[in-house]
Design a protein around this ligand. Structure first.
Ligand SMILES: *Cc1c(COP(=O)(O)O)cnc(C)c1O
Length: 561
């Protein structure tokens, strides 16, 4: 947008426009003279590199009430002649003078006022001031109102990033002849991801602190504070951070002495990382299906499986209970079964940070639970995990195993096999900033879900993921079921259609009993997970999904029905 070629076009167009349009401009000037007495309107605006300049316009209002923030304009103060000017956009023509002088370009982000503090900061953050402000731009064509500084700055930044020479002409053409076609105009549409990282803005401050203090190793004050903050959030006694959720589960199994000959019950409907660590320690997984209330492990089936397994051979030693898609499983019943049968309850809360069961948090019920801070989770440190437990010995043991199982003392003594699973102080710094934003993220994720429900809920054959009465879901991902037998499209058709618009969506987790690696693994089924997998869909669920983007997604899906 800063290329000399564009400057040449700007200059030539402005010159030709001013010269050829001179008779018209003069006429408008004279009309304005009669209308308001002061036909030209000048206002200080923020230019390129935030240098102020005076923007020229034809006056359209009686008093000096012109404002860039169109939502603040009192319609009554616009004169009839002013209305005509605004409708034909002729009131903007004097800006050709600004263009000629090089203060503006024909196409670019609309220059704001210095008093628009929110817009100023958003624009600074997104480098919008790197280019000349414009007479028209993407936000104008899309009719985004000036009262939404975030959306405005995002669109401006997007326009600047993807701008190509033909867009210069395209935008001028659409401004002159388009009819405010909203989403129809796009420029290098940025990919909408399923659940991308969402910065809180404070990460830099925390990181700076970690760097300045030289604690960039696997230990340090942020690691300890991150653990303490998490323990206090989940109301558990101990938290031990490690470099992934998978590592956390592996260490829990090791610390509980689960190994060859042991049977570990597992949720079948989950991501593979909930089960693989059972194989790492040489134990035998047994897979159990889901119920339809929360899509998590079915307690009835769990009881049946335990009875059956007790008759056959060794009693199961542990259960890895998964809380999927931001929602807690039926903890009370499952915990009661585990206590009665003397089975160790381990909770996979990787997807359920921020959720509740009653007024407690999933992950805090069993002998140990774990979290994940992978890139797609509700908060992220790029990668990481945490063990949470009320058992101090288990905490100490996992911490020891995570750091190569080095025995106390200065010399290198090792009596058991350990791992290099430690977390990093740098990532913990990011984690602390992210954790502060968690309550807001839950609200945002739930709002995204609610908006999908509102926008798609009336379509025949669509059902959204239920929310069980025992707790509150974070709606980490917005999931729904389609019903092709009732005439809905197949999940894959929706996924492929969204992909055409560079939007990511996914099927639900493929159950473990359908995976080649777990083909021979014992499985207690009831058909629920298979059905969920066949008919389910995860829609894009970024916590910062904009209303415009979400309307776009809803519109694409509705067209398929
Ligand atoms: C992400 C995830 C994990 C694994 O966490 P990582 O940090 O990626 O190793 C485990 N279980 C479930 C259900 C997950 O979604």
């Amino acid at each position: 947008m800063n290329s000399p070629l564009i400057r040449l076009f700007d200059f030539s167009f402005a010159l030709v426009g001013l010269v050829a349009g001179f008779p018209l401009l003069l006429l408008l000037y004279l009309f304005g003279l009669l209308d308001t007495g002061k036909p030209l309107f000048r206002q200080k605006r923020v230019g390129r590199h935030q240098i102020p300049f005076i923007l020229w316009k034809f006056r359209t209002m009686k008093k000096n009430t012109e404002s860039v923030a169109s939502h603040l304009v009192d319609p009554a103060s616009i004169t009839s002649f002013g209305k005509l000017l605004r409708k034909t956009k002729l009131d903007e023509v004097p800006q050709l003078w600004n263009v000629l002088k090089g203060e503006m370009s024909l196409v670019g982000p609309r220059p704001c006022l210095f008093s628009q503090k929110d817009l100023l900061t958003e624009r600074q953050n997104q480098n919008v001031f790197d280019v000349r402000p414009g007479v028209t731009g993407l936000a104008q064509i899309q009719n985004v109102d000036m009262s939404r500084p975030k959306e405005l700055a995002r669109l401006d930044a997007q326009m600047i990033r993807h701008f190509r020479l033909p867009d210069f002409f395209r935008f001028i053409f659409l401004t002159l002849f388009g009819r405010g076609q909203g989403d129809a105009v796009n420029i290098g549409p940025e990919r909408i991801y399923l659940s991308p990282p969402h910065l809180s803005g404070e990460e830099g401050t925390y990181l700076q602190d970690a760097l300045k203090s030289n604690w960039i190793g696997p230990v340090g004050p942020h690691v300890r504070r991150f653990e303490r903050e998490m323990a206090s959030l989940l109301q558990v006694e101990k938290a031990v951070s490690v470099n992934s959720g998978t590592a956390a589960l592996h260490l829990i199994l090791r610390a509980l002495n689960i190994g060859p000959g042991d049977i570990v019950l597992c949720s079948s409907f989950t991501f593979v990382a909930s089960v693989n660590p059972v194989l790492y320690v040489g134990a035998q997984p047994v897979l159990i299906d889901s119920e339809t209330t929360s899509w998590n492990l079915d307690p009835d089936l769990l009881e049946k499986a335990i009875e059956d397994l007790k008759n056959k051979g060794p009693k199961p030693k542990a259960l890895i209970l998964v809380h999927l898609y931001g929602q807690s499983a039926n903890l009370e019943r499952i915990q009661a079964i585990c206590e009665r049968e003397n089975i160790l309850l381990i909770e996979d809360a990787a997807e359920a940070l921020g959720a509740t069961y009653g007024n407690r948090c999933p992950g805090s019920f069993g002998v140990a639970g774990f979290l994940s801070f992978n890139g797609n989770k509700i908060i992220t440190t790029s990668g990481g995990g945490m063990i949470v437990t009320n058992d101090p010995e288990l905490a100490t043991q996992t911490r020891y195993l995570a750091a190569q199982a080095k025995d106390p003392g200065t010399s290198y003594e090792h009596s058991v096999m350990g791992y290099n699973y430690s977390f990093s102080n740098v990532l913990a710094a990011i984690g602390r900033a992210q954790l502060k934003a968690l309550p807001g993220r839950v609200i945002q994720k739930r709002e995204v879900f609610r908006k999908y429900q509102k926008g798609l809920g009336d379509l025949p054959g669509i059902t959204f993921m239920p929310e069980a009465s025992w707790g509150k879901s974070t709606r980490w991902l917005s999931c729904l079921l389609l019903n092709p037998r009732e005439g809905t499209p197949e999940p894959m058709e929706v996924i492929e259609e969204l992909e055409k618009f560079n939007i990511e969506s996914r099927p639900l987790w493929k159950p473990m009993h359908q995976q080649i690696i777990y083909r021979e693994t014992p499985f207690y089924g009831n058909g629920v997970a298979d059905d969920l997998y066949d008919r389910g869909l995860c829609l894009p669920s970024p916590s910062d999904l904009s209303p415009t983007q979400q309307d776009h997604i809803i519109e694409i899906i509705r067209r398929l029905f």
